[in-house]
Design a protein around this ligand. Structure first.
Ligand code: ATP
Ligand code: MG
Length: 267
């Protein structure tokens, strides 16, 4: 016989949302981890911690909204996920445009609305809205966007959770200017800039972490890269390193450096 206790047990332990639990969603975004390649990373994570405390604070408004903006591939999504994970808030929901492919404007608004409604019901909630310009159907040709979704987001970003409840919102974009034009920037309580790697020290810190080059190769890389100007996003760089891993060991350094130059990552 199925008792009420069984039912409650099932609710708590067996029933998972269709797209996996929120913890899984975060882990999926974080599966490559966060490499602390320099001061910008440390600063963003430290600021993140401060804002988590601010969101938790009993005397606060209960609402903190952070925009992580930076060039494509700079690591915005992973950093947002890392801050969400650090918050340790029990309700975490990731809202990505990928989950809403083919939705009509109104279906999109409803589903965003539902995420926020669910969050308001929990004591401590964190919502990650990834790639906000894509969620708004922004297209550079035209340019066009969904005004309905924009209006919904403008309202939801400013709406205080019910008394005593706390909500931390983390959004990402690689189109800061577009959000400024839409007057969406001012809806955020904080904007954090996520930069590309810009010095050889940044680059070498990543190379030290990835366990790909031998000691000898590393010292050759040190002398070849020393003082060079670098400009590459962490995601792009990790992709180049994945490719380099497939190259015959003797040619790895040469191949890596030539690919880096090709990609415009090295001056
Ligand atoms: P896009 O512009 O396509 O949205 P993005 O800026 O959101 O890209 P991510 O999707 O976050 O970039 O990719 C960053 C990748 O680099 C992730 O796989 C992440 O695990 C890894 N990573 C390693 N170190 C860092 C770091 N310090 N900051 C951010 N991501 C890092
Ligand atoms: Mg992203």
């Amino acid at each position: 016989m199925v008792t009420r206790t069984d039912f409650i047990h099932a609710l708590e332990n067996d029933i998972k949302p269709a797209f996996g639990t929120s913890a899984e969603a975060l882990e999926h975004l974080l599966f490559r981890g966060i490499i602390n390649w320099g001061k910008p990373v440390a600063e963003i994570l430290a600021d993140g911690k401060l804002h988590i405390q601010e969101a938790r604070a009993a005397e606060g408004s209960g609402l903190v909204s952070i925009l992580l903006e930076g060039p494509p591939n700079s690591g915005k999504t992973a950093l947002a996920a890392q801050i969400a994970k650090t918050s340790d808030f029990p309700f975490v929901k990731v809202c990505t445009p990928e989950d809403m492919v083919g939705f009509t404007e109104s279906a999109k608004c409803l589903s965003i609305r539902k995420i926020f409604d669910d969050a308001y019901r929990s004591q401590l909630s964190c919502i990650v809205v990834d790639n906000i310009e894509r969620l708004l159907d922004y297209g550079p040709i035209g340019p066009r966007y969904s005004n309905l979704t924009l209006q919904a987001l403008l309202v939801l970003l400013k709406k205080l959770p019910p008394r005593g409840r706390k909500l931390l919102i983390l959004c990402t974009t690689s189109r800061r200017q577009v959000l400024e034009d839409m007057e969406l920037i001012t809806a955020f309580s904080t904007v954090l800039h996520v930069p590309n790697l810009s010095t050889s020290d940044h680059l070498l810190s990543v190379l030290e972490e990835v366990d790909l080059f031998t000691k000898e190769e590393m010292s050759s890389l040190y002398s070849k890269l020393y003082g060079k100007r670098v400009f590459i996003g962490i995601k792009k760089l990790l992709g180049l390193l994945d490719m380099t891993r497939q190259v015959e060991p003797n040619y790895r350094v040469i191949k890596f450096l030539s690919k880096l130059e090709e990609e415009g990552g090295l001056e």
